[in-house]
Design a protein around this ligand. Structure first.
Ligand code: XMP
Length: 514
């Protein structure tokens, strides 16, 4: 395994992810971990992460210098590099200018670190300090326009240092560099699988929970579904899921979720039908933000009440609340534009759950990225429809009925949505796009059906592609599929006589209409 010493970089989890991609196990430990403790973990390599500090700043995080004497290969990244250089007698200086953004790196291809890589690599920089004098035994094996010491190495001691970030997507060959370190230099075998990862997480859940009971708010979305399956694998009936039917769900949603989790997975599940309350609270409300607020608040109330009932039934036991929080939900949104961390930031679904309920959180997906969560879900036997499901907003169909919400309008959008879903799946497009859905517009128009004039509602069809929901473009869906969807909606959904296709990108439009 590889040990990652964390100096507070926002990319530390990304390093861990890259190592997982090399099929090697890694463990992130705080920079304060002593060399003796690290030795006990018996890693084949140590990676020193980046970090926000300057090595010369007061209170700058330091590593135990004993790590250099363990004889274990070391890779220092950014701050890690500066630390290694300073610890081993080199010199690090504040650059006049912070080097930030893309750069071009010329490498010494004889080094194992650059095995099988081209002589020039695009790399991503984000650092203020730089190494001006290498420690003894080191030589430069990579340079950029700004720095003759962008990559330095002491091949004898197997210590390698990179000034740039190999872990981010903006360093296209970064994964290969990390792989060279992990496989060739540290000698780790690519033997580690998702299955063993799942076992480890289950073990951690069991240790955390003991004989307590865990409540999980199940939405039917990817994250909460995978969290449910995973926690259930770990602790079985100590898990109970609460599913809130807010009356704003898609057609047959509740039945599908119950069938999968209760009938197939044998997970204890409590469905709360709160649709009447939600619809009552939403009556006459047209402002989109107000709608969202009402739905958010109501959800918390209903969930709390359900959780309280459980607590009453078994006092002291229900101490845990599980959430499907992913790593991109955890990292802070980074304000500097062009920062690659912004690429892995996505909307999060963490619904501001009530602190006063005094739950301890169980968040087994906290280290994972979305695609890894899908892999875990697949491994646990969840069906493709769940694991590769398109995102569905928390406020549900309420933000897809523009203006005020009535049962009748919900029926129309729900039926139209079902047609869209069916046709997108049948044509194979459902899994190719980010989202595809119907929106009921507050617009009526004239039509003709048989010999009769109609004056009915309009459905807008929205199909978008996106990487992370932050930006999006409309999909050039083949006309014949659009035609089939339109014909079916107009024929099958009572009250609709017109279908439009939304051809706006985000920005300036958003994906949802409200
Ligand atoms: P917008 O409409 O902001 O949507 O372009 C971006 C992505 O986020 C989803 N979305 C939500 N998801 N709660 C959610 O869990 C919400 O309130 C919410 N609003 C929008 C939307 O479906 C798209 O994928």
């Amino acid at each position: 395994k590889i040990v990652i010493l964390d100096f507070g970089s926002q990319y530390t989890q990304v390093i861990a992810r890259r190592i997982r991609e090399c099929h090697v196990y890694s463990e992130i430990v705080p920079f304060t971990t002593s060399a003796a403790q690290i030795k006990k973990l018996a890693p084949k390599g140590i990676i020193l992460s980046g970090g926000p500090a300057s090595v010369y700043a007061k209170g700058a995080p330091k590593a135990d210098k004993g790590i250099y004497k363990l004889g274990i290969p070391i890779l220092g990244i950014c701050y890690g590099m500066q630390l290694v250089s300073r610890d081993l007698g080199g010199q690090v200086e504040r650059s006049a200018r912070r080097e930030y953004g893309p750069g071009s790196l010329k490498v010494d291809r004889r080094s194992d670190l650059f095995h099988d890589l081209p002589a020039t690599l695009d790399v991503w920089n984000s650092h203020g300090d730089k190494v001006t004098k290498m420690p003894e035994g080191f030589r430069a094996i990579g340079k950029t326009e700004n720095s003759p010491h962008a990559v330095i190495a002491d091949p004898k001691r197997k210590i390698f240092c990179l000034q740039f970030h190999p872990e981010v997507a903006h360093t296209p060959k970064g994964k290969e560099i990390i792989q060279n370190f992990v496989h060739r230099i540290a000698g780790c075998k690519p033997s580690w699988t998702m299955g063993s990862f799942i076992e480890r997480i289950c073990q951690q859940i069991r240790e955390q929970v003991g004989d307590g009971q865990v409540i999980l708010g199940l939405s039917g979305g990817v994250d909460s579904s995978v969290a449910a399956a995973l926690i259930h694998k770990a602790i079985g009936d100590q898990l109970i899921c609460i599913f809130v039917d807010n009356g704003l769900l898609r057609a047959r949603e509740t039945a599908a979720v119950e069938k999968l989790f209760r009938d197939n997975f044998h997970i204890r599940m409590k469905t709360v039908d709160a649709s009447a309350i939600f619809l009552k609270k939403l009556k006459g409300v047209t402002d989109p933000e107000k709608k969202r607020k009402i739905i958010g608040n109501e959800f918390i109330k209903v969930f709390e009440a359900a959780a309280r009932d459980l607590k009453k039934s078994s006092p002291g036991k229900y101490r845990f609340l599980a959430q499907g929080t992913l790593y991109p939900d955890v990292i802070e949104s980074v304000s500097i534009s062009g920062n690659p961390a912004a690429l892995i930031k996505s909307h999060h679904n963490v619904g501001g759950l009530p602190e006063r309920m005094k739950f301890e959180l169980v968040e087994p997906l906290r280290q994972l990225f979305k695609d890894e969560v899908r892999e875990v879900g697949t491994e646990l036997g969840l069906p493709k429809e769940v694991v590769h499901r398109q995102p569905f907003p928390g406020p549900g169909l309420a933000v897809r009925v523009l203006g005020d919400i009535t049962e009748e309008k919900l029926r129309m959008v729900r039926e139209a949505d079902a047609v869209v879903l069916e046709e997108m799946k049948a044509s194979g497009w459902y899994y190719k796009v980010w989202q595809s859905f119907a929106v009921l517009l507050p617009v009526r128009s004239v039509g003709v059906m048989g010999d009769e004039r109609t004056y009915e509602n309009t459905i807008a069809l929205r199909v978008v592609e996106s990487r992370d929901g932050m930006t999006a473009d409309w999909v050039r869906v083949p006309y014949d599929i659009l035609a089939r969807i339109s014909t079916r909606i107009i024929n099958e959904v009572d009250g609709v006589n017109r279908v439009c296709y939304d051809i706006s990108s985000k920005p300036p439009a958003t994906i949802e209409w409200e």
